[in-house]
Design a protein around this ligand. Structure first.
Ligand SMILES: Nc1ncnc2c1ncn2[C@@H]1O[C@H](COP(=O)(O)OP(=O)(O)OP(=O)(O)O)[C@@H](O)[C@H]1O
Ligand SMILES: [Mg+2]
Ligand SMILES: [Mg+2]
Length: 343
């Protein structure tokens, strides 16, 4: 049974209260107080993506076309930012890009720096983006993300970050003892997530990364998750699909890229609420929220701002691309209504 689209009323109320000001919420389309809707016109939706042949990019393009709108796939690295007082412009292969209604950035980890600049530039041109540069940057740094989530009272595996290597034993104790997870701050697809069973291993792995100039965190190993985790795809204030991923034999990482297998899961209200709240806290309109199933409920690991959804669509049979595009178009319409001059 495919997972149903689920939303949490409570979660969305909390989310609205805590959402950063950048986030545009779709306005209600009915009711005496709402302004009349503008007639729907053909919209230009930009997908920032290195390759149009990627599954998620192809599916987004299809979804835009199916709704009668215009997709435009731009290779992020071919976008040129032109800065001028009060007049930021974007060139693509030397030509000015104009008339863009909304941008969906699919920024891979290898081009985070340049990608963030391009997304921010679109924002400065007044174009709505899902997700904003701020939201992408704070979710991509796993420590920063956990700081924001923990400050708001959400649960995550115990995590420490230190620069001083002199007392590793104490750091290991802080996260609950061996074994411990050692994690690169900006890894993806399970690369840079390791498990250490002895203090010696912690020291060797930690020293290797520190000597390479890479920052790592030590994290409590959530043993009860048994090599499984939950990926919830949040779009706006809703979870539009969810799967449980199970690691292959002999592996603790459940990533599909590490051989894990996904199956649809019906999330409880708590998991939905936590996933939506976490996305809102980081300012993400679209988020792949990874949670471990702890004894006492969901434990947040990370939020992905350009989540691939091939595994999720295959596991659940749901039209995730369509959900993302519907939400992007709703934001465009909401903004058009909000900025419409009153007579
Ligand atoms: N503290 C932990 N306890 C137990 N297992 C963990 C822990 N942290 C990570 N894992 C396992 O390792 C996997 C990868 O971790 P994480 O999601 O942080 O990395 P990632 O490389 O960013 O993955 P993604 O490809 O989802 O972006 C998780 O899906 C989970 O199965
Ligand atoms: Mg990740
Ligand atoms: Mg993950």
């Amino acid at each position: 049974m495919p997972a149903k689209k689920v939303s949490s009323k409570k979660a969305s109320v909390q989310a609205r209260a805590k959402a950063p000001p950048r986030t545009v919420e779709p306005r209600p389309s009915s009711g005496a107080a709402s302004p009349p809707r503008l007639p729907r016109s053909k919209r230009t939706v930009v997908i920032l993506s290195r390759k149009r042949s990627l599954y998620s990019t192809r599916r987004l393009v299809e979804a835009i076309r199916r709704r009668g709108h215009r997709p435009l796939v731009l290779d992020t690295l071919r976008c040129t930012m032109v800065l001028a007082p009060s007049q930021p412009r974007m060139l693509y292969r030397g030509v000015d890009i104009k008339g863009v209604d909304v941008v969906i950035p699919r920024i891979g980890a290898s081009i985070t720096g340049y990608g963030l600049a391009v997304v921010a530039h679109f924002e400065m041109m007044g174009v709505p983006v899902l997700n904003s540069a701020l939201a992408i940057s704070q979710s991509r740094d796993k420590l920063r993300a956990l700081q924001l989530l923990c400050r708001a009272g959400l649960d995550a595996p115990r995590t420490v970050m230190a620069h001083d290597r002199s007392n590793m034993r104490k750091l290991v104790e802080e996260v609950g003892g061996l074994p411990v997870i050692i994690k690169l701050l900006r890894g993806t697809q399970g690369v840079g997530v390791m498990i250490a069973h002895t203090l010696q291993e912690v020291q060797t792995i930690g020293n290797t990364f520190w000597d390479l100039g890479q920052e790592v965190v030590l994290q409590e190993f959530v043993a009860e998750s048994k090599g499984r985790d939950v990926r919830a795809l949040v779009v706006g204030n809703q979870v539009v699909g969810a799967m449980r991923r199970r690691a292959k034999q002999g592996e603790f990482r459940s990533n599909i890229h590490r051989g894990g297998e996904g199956s649809p899961v019906e999330l409880s209200a708590t998991y939905v609420e936590v996933a939506v709240r976490a996305a809102r806290l980081l300012g993400l309109e679209i988020a792949g929220v990874d949670m471990l199933e702890g004894h006492k409920g969901p434990r947040l690991m990370e939020l992905n701002s350009s989540p691939g959804f091939e595994g999720l669509e295959r596991a659940t049979g749901q039209d995730i691309a369509g959900e993302m595009i519907d939400h992007a178009l709703a934001l465009v319409e909401a903004r058009a209504v909000a900025t419409r001059p009153t007579l």
